[in-house]
Design a protein around this ligand. Structure first.
Ligand code: FAD
Length: 335
């Protein structure tokens, strides 16, 4: 599938880098026992392997379908099937139910890598793992777990999850299998604390993916006798966005690590959610500007990242609501 897509884009004038292909150099940071206080961007061996495997998988098996899925507004069944095949739809599910048995932090890394390639696919994977599976693991009866977890890990996409603020939090879960057949079985559950966990993820991968596509372009495009990357005004903007991205990553990873350590994380998760979604808005908007006219067109994936980012400041608590929650915690700290 990749070849026809690249051939199609090859006809586009002013094409300086290959659209829809990752351009980021490979950098590896693995934890070492002698590291002492390890930097936040340190991964366990398992996390590192998972991250690298997903990066490769996303490039090879999702990238070829991104443009087509966007054009047709449909998920490619082959992509959904491959997500299951790779064990990415049951990341934290215990292997006794057919899951991958990996960590919450690994799921954050997986979602980040998928979002770099296609934020829509990452949302599908994210909701399945961090909401639907978590809901079932935390609140399902043993009978429900035995019935649904193996399916959720192997061929059933959960959907239709709604969180109501009053009188108690509740969720409704219906499902669709990998071939798109909708199952009408619906569950109602009280979910007092699942809601909190969803916030620890962001628009980080989306913003990074967009940035990774754009910077190489600025290093190739020449205007007024110079690469546009070499104009100081451009460099300052690029550096500013890169710094925001780094800060968003550190906030996100810190919140995820706090959760894994069993420490309070809600304020930090709200900060990560708020900041990452604002950074994604900034990054995608700036990337379009840095690409000039072609950034606005569908010849490059930048405009799709720009469209996809907007939901980040709205769902799972709008930016205002994140800020209100952060303020609530700050208020308590100073009581
Ligand atoms: C694509 C998509 C997927 C979604 N998925 C889900 C899902 O899976 N589960 C689910 O439960 N919901 C989901 N939602 C709903 C989403 O969470 C809500 O749209 C979001 O919480 C905002 O609520 P609202 O649309 O009612 O906006 P409103 O509450 O009407 O807000 C409008 C504006 O007013 C501001 N505002 C409102 N109240 C306050 C306040 N007290 N203080 C300051 N500002 C305020 C908001 O910040 C916002 O800017 C989804 C929405 C979309 C668009």
């Amino acid at each position: 599938m990749a070849a026809p897509l690249l051939r199609f884009f090859g006809k586009v004038s002013r094409q300086l880098t290959q659209p829809w292909c990752s351009c980021r150099p490979f950098v590896r940071h693995v934890s070492s026992p002698a590291a002492g206080f390890a930097p936040l961007q340190t991964y366990s061996e398992e996390e590192d392997m998972m991250r690298e495997a997903v990066k490769k998988y996303a490039q090879e098996r999702i990238t070829p379908f991104v443009s087509q899925m966007d054009e047709n507004s449909t998920m490619e069944p082959e992509v959904i099937r491959s997500l299951f095949e790779q064990g990415l739809m049951g990341i934290e599910i215990n292997p006794k139910y057919g899951g991958t048995g990996s960590s919450f932090f690994s799921s954050i890394l997986v979602i980040e890598e998928l979002a770099k390639v296609d934020p829509s696919i990452s949302v599908l994977c994210d909701i399945q793992n961090t909401l639907i599976n978590t809901l079932m693991v935390k609140l399902g009866t043993e009978e429900q777990k035995e019935k649904y977890l193996p399916r959720l890990a192997s061929d059933m996409v959960g959907g239709g999850v709604f969180v109501y603020p009053r009188p108690a939090l509740a969720a409704m879960l219906s499902s669709e299998d990998a071939d798109g057949e909708t199952r009408r079985s619906v569950h109602h559950q009280r979910i007092k604390d699942v809601d909190q966990q969803r916030r620890v993820r962001g628009m980080l991968g989306l913003a990074q993916g967009c940035f990774d596509h754009t910077v190489p372009y600025t290093k190739q495009r020449v205007q007024f006798g110079k690469r546009i990357f070499d104009f100081q005004a451009m460099q300052h903007q690029i550096s500013h966005v890169a710094t925001q991205l780094e800060a968003a990553r550190l906030l996100t990873y810190n919140a995820a690590r706090l959760r894994e350590a069993g420490r309070p994380f809600i304020k930090e998760a709200c900060m990560a959610k708020y900041f990452s979604s604002e950074v994604a808005t900034l990054t995608t908007s700036k990337c379009i500007e840095w690409m000039g006219g072609v950034g606005f067109t569908k010849d490059y994936p930048i405009e799709k990242y720009y469209r996809d980012c907007k939901i980040g400041t709205i769902y799972e608590g709008t930016t205002n609501i994140q800020l209100s929650t952060i303020a609530k915690y700050i208020g308590q700290e100073y009581d």
